[in-house]
Structures are given as C-alpha cells and as structure tokens.
Design a protein around this ligand. Structure first.
Ligand code: IPM
Ligand code: MG
Length: 360
C-alpha cells in the first residue's frame, strides 16, 4: 500500500523521538512491501521561530491532503521560553488546538496500561496493582472549555475572565458512540465521567450517553463524577475499561492515569475523526530539559506509529509486529533512563529505535 504521512517533529525531544518512529516505519514498509512518503510541516515553537505563528494555513493543507499525521511533541518551558511571552493565540499550544479543530479530530484515545515488565515503576502498592490494569481514556477533543468563547475584560474597575463550556447533543453523541464501539472490542464496560451534580453541560452529557447506551445492550455503563474518578484511579484502577469524558476532564484524568502506570514514556495516543484519518502522538510532553541528549524514550512515539498503522491504514499485522518487538526488547532487559531499574541495560533513544527495528 502507498500512504502519505504528514510528519510534525515539533519541539523539545520531538525530533529525536519522531526520527526513531520513522526508522521503524521504514523497516515496516520494507518488510511488508508498503510505500510510506513523509512530508514535514512545522507546528508549535518550531513554527513560531520560522513563521511567527504556531501553525500556518499551508501546513494545515498539507496535513489535510495526507492519510495520517505523526506528531512528536510541542511547546517549551513555560517560565523561560520566549514563546510564552507572546499573546496566548500565538503560543505553541494554539497550533495544536487549531490542528485538532481544523482536522475535526474529535475523538482522543489515550490508552493507559501497566506493562508487566515495568511493574516496579508503578507508584501504587502491590495489593492495588494485583495482575495489572488496562484502560482506555476516550476524551472529547474539539469542544467544551477548550473551544468555547473566552474573554478578559474590565467590569466595575476589576478584570474579569470568562471561559465558556459548551456541548451540543451531536458532539456528545458522536464521542459516546465511539466510546461504546471501542468498549465492544475490549471488556465491554464504559465509565462516563462528568460533573452532573453541578454543570448543565454534564447533565446533557449524561442524558445523551444514556441514550447511546441503549444501542449497546452488551456494554455495562456506569456514571461517575469527575472528582470521584480522580480518586478511584489511584484507589482501584483495575475497575476501569473505557473512561468516556469531555475535553477538560479528559485532559486531567489522562495525565493522572498515565502517571499511575509509572511509564508515561510508553503511552501512545490517537486523535480521530469519523473516517480513518487520524493524528498520532505520544501522551507525554516535549521534555525540554532533556532535549538533544539522545536519552528520551521513543517507545510512546513508536507505539503511536503502530496505532496509526492499525487505525488509519488497517495494517493490524504490521502494528502487532511493532508491539511485539517492543515487548521482546523489554523482556530482554533494555531500558531508556526513564524506565531504568537495577539489573537492566540502559540504552539511548536511538539505540532503542535500532533494537526495535532489529526485532521486527
Ligand atoms: C494534551 C495537552 C494539550 C491539551 C495542551 C498542550 C494544549 O495537555 O494533549 O493533553 O491540553 O489538550
Ligand atoms: Mg494534557
């Protein structure tokens, strides 16, 4: 097959980790007789430095004309980087939000699971971990507080800031369907997370999710308030299969869930729309403090590339091959510094990429 991939290396460790993912994709192409062509575009700080804006319209057009987007990470140190002296709409994150909106990527899948080989990195007690956990956070990505109208203005002699949280039934229904579809392929449980004891948007969320649930009688649905969910993620993460939630809650809970696994450097993510187009990126950030040192963990990005093969290109066998190669390498004891523990072999970012290629 021939596929056009838009590549956004981004900022911080982005270029290093994406290069390793490209190495792996090239090896997959060779082994399975595919042709992947890559077009680089700039986004985030890298784009600000060249164009003065975090994402140009031309860059969006390139992404739209491709089959999928592979993204490293964007942004820098918010206290020291000059990018954060700019007005909010010109900062690196604005590029990412614009990309999500322009491409209509409303469904954000963030898997969080515990690798058996990395159990010692999990901060939870053995009796909580038991035989591990495996959940999928399904975050709505193009609505809610992130995209509501916002303004800061002076009222009665003081500054007042507004951020609007808006959800329509249509927006809730399409993400809920996606969540239930995914649950059908997993352990058939959906935990819908909201703040229905306070927010109107959450009450509508709950109503629509209940309606969608009627079409999925096999799936067990429970509703959970977001504050309780934050607690349950630490108390008993094994209870979760699919967590379905709105944009802001999903942002916060997915960071918590990834930390609970103890291996944020290992977690991939996908942002999808209704067809098979998607943008794929690691769940972690740009880690500017370790950029350029060749010590970052490229596995989350390589797993994101595997997700791209699976969800956008329908290449399950190829995706399995990447995931199995990674499991093998962990079993063989190779670790980047973030997941290093006694008795294992520490390797660099590029060495990790090489090892995965060798084991495909
Ligand atoms: C994420 C990030 C982004 C978000 C930022 C960089 C705008 O935290 O992808 O979770 O809040 O969505
Ligand atoms: Mg986040």
């Amino acid at each position: 097959m021939e596929k056009k991939i838009t590549v956004i290396k981004g900022d911080g460790i982005g270029p290093e980790i994406v290069n390793e993912a490209l190495k792996v994709l090239d090896a997959v192409a060779k082994k399975y007789n595919h042709t992947f062509t890559y077009t680089d575009i700039l986004m985030g700080g890298a784009s600000i430095d060249v164009h003065g804006v975090p994402l140009t319209d031309e860059a969006i057009e390139v992404a739209k004309a491709s089959d999928a987007v592979l993204l490293g990470s964007i942004g820098g140190d918010t206290t020291t980087s000059p990018w954060y002296q700019l007005e909010p709409s010109l900062r690196p994150e604005a590029g990412l939000l614009k990309m999500r909106k322009e491409l209509g990527l409303f469904a954000n899948l963030r898997p969080a699971y515990l690798y058996n080989e990395l159990k010692e990195a999990c901060p939870l007690k053995e009796e909580i971990i038991q035989d591990g956990f495996d959940m999928m956070i399904m975050r709505e990505l193009t609505g809610g507080l992130y995209f509501g109208e916002r303004k800061t203005q002076e009222i009665d002699g003081q500054m007042v800031a507004h951020d609007n949280l808006v959800y329509s039934e249509k927006e809730i229904r399409r993400i809920a369907k996606r969540g239930f579809d995914i649950a059908m392929k997993r352990r058939q449980k959906v935990t819908s997370v909201d703040k229905a004891n306070v927010l109107d948007s959450s009450r509508l969320w709950r109503k629509v999710v209940n309606e969608v649930a009627r079409d999925y009688p096999e799936v067990e649905l429970e509703h959970m308030l977001v504050d309780n969910c934050a607690m349950q993620l630490v108390r008993n993460p094994r209870q979760f299969d699919v967590i379905l939630t709105e944009n802001m809650f999903g942002d916060i809970l997915s960071d918590e869930a990834s930390m609970v696994t103890g291996s944020i450097g290992m977690l991939s993510s996908a942002s999808l729309r209704d067809d098979c187009f998607g943008m794929y990126e690691p769940s972690h950030g740009s880690a500017p403090d370790i950029a350029g040192k060749n010590i970052a963990n490229p596995i989350a990005t390589i797993l994101s590339a595997a997700m791209m093969l699976r969800y956008s290109f329908d290449m399950d066998e190829e995706a399995d091959a990447i995931e199995n190669a990674i499991k093998k390498i962990l079993k063989d004891g190779y670790r980047t510094i973030d997941i290093m523990s006694k008795g294992h072999k520490e390797v660099s970012c590029s060495k990790m990429g090489d090892l995965i290629v060798e084991n495909l």
